[in-house]
Design a protein around this ligand. Structure first.
Ligand SMILES: CC(C)(COP(=O)(O)OP(=O)(O)OC[C@H]1O[C@@H](n2cnc3c(N)ncnc32)[C@H](O)[C@@H]1OP(=O)(O)O)[C@@H](O)C(=O)NCCC(=O)NCCS
Length: 164
């Protein structure tokens, strides 16, 4: 019997798991670039999760079908021009963060999370979503497959944007 992950909306109690997934995204190479403490002490990283959920935030969680434990998350948060994220386009363009636990990757969970988040964005009346993806991260194929296009370059990362 298979236990496919199921997807639900993210709520206030999911902040610790979103932080876990933010760490997966920051440490995507597999090298431990940031500890949890370092990430939460760095405003440029912590601002993706601090005070979750804040105004304009929305997200989705993938849960293991058998245990109900979270295995991945995608969320969007608008950040002001005075405190921009790595993938900043405009204050009314929420920035996407996406992560799946290593043991659950390459099974369609990331794609399902992205689909659910884009659907939710449509319901929220959000017109565009942006993100930043570093050179070499295979996530770029996933983003392109869902309509994201490169609109900018910052350091060794592309800024990508989808229009809903
Ligand atoms: C990126 C990530 C969320 C993808 O999650 P996932 O559950 O593995 O995604 P899916 O199984 O839905 O894969 C979707 C597509 O992404 C691409 N992809 C994802 N991981 C890949 C890899 N390691 N190698 C090549 N392609 C990959 C493929 O195009 C894949 O489609 P396919 O399996 O039909 O070839 C996951 O690898 C992850 O959490 N990585 C660390 C965090 C991170 O980098 N986040 C993004 C920061 S911008």
């Amino acid at each position: 019997m298979t236990h496919e992950p199921s997807i639900r909306d993210a709520g206030p109690g999911d902040a610790p798991f979103l932080t876990d997934m933010l760490l997966e995204a920051m440490n995507w190479t597999g090298e431990a670039r940031f500890s949890r403490e370092q990430a939460l002490a760095d405003p440029k990283i912590a601002h993706y999760v601090t005070g979750w959920p804040g105004p304009g935030d929305f997200g989705v969680i993938a849960e293991d079908g058998s245990t109900g434990a979270p295995v991945g998350a995608a969320w969007a948060r608008p950040l002001p021009a005075t405190d921009p994220g790595y993938g900043h386009v405009a204050p009314d363009v929420p920035e996407l963060t996406l992560g799946v636990l290593p043991a659950f990757r390459r099974r369609g969970v990331g794609g399902a999370l992205l689909d659910a988040l884009l659907a939710r964005a449509g319901r929220e009346g959000v017109a565009r979503l942006s993100l930043s993806v570093e050179d070499g991260n295979a996530a770029v194929s996933l983003y392109r497959s869902r309509g994201f296009v490169t609109v900018g370059r910052e350091g060794d990362s592309d800024t990508m944007l989808v229009t809903l």
